[in-house]
Design a protein. Sequence first.
Length: 145
Amino acid sequence: MLVRVCSLIHVKFYKVVPVILVLTLLVSTSSSAGDPNNGEALLERCNVVAEIGRQGGVLQGAETKNFMYCMGYFNALIGIYNNNVLQDNYKTTPYCLPLDSMWKPIAEAVVIFMKDHPELLHQPAEAITTMALSEKFPCSKERSE
């Protein structure tokens, strides 16, 4: 049914899946942090991305749920970013991701930023993500006008 609805509105199914995943996890995921959508909650969920390399790639229990949330969050972010870039040719985006960006290096950059700036963790996750990516992937001054 969802595939049919998506094809009717000319949206490719593979672009909708990350958004559905994020929305599902946002509804079903609870955090020990007070606000489930702030930087503290995002760090709690996405810290597993940094840890997985040290654990040999083995996830258990809540780590799997947090990993999937983080992957969905950043895949959706990349999808929305790519759509916006196609529409305005980088004129309004606050950061410029490399072509062929994958979610994991972007998530790692945001996690590092949050660990380096714990004073910002009370801010909304979207604001911290934008700050982190603006610092890590600044746009050149020669944007198309």
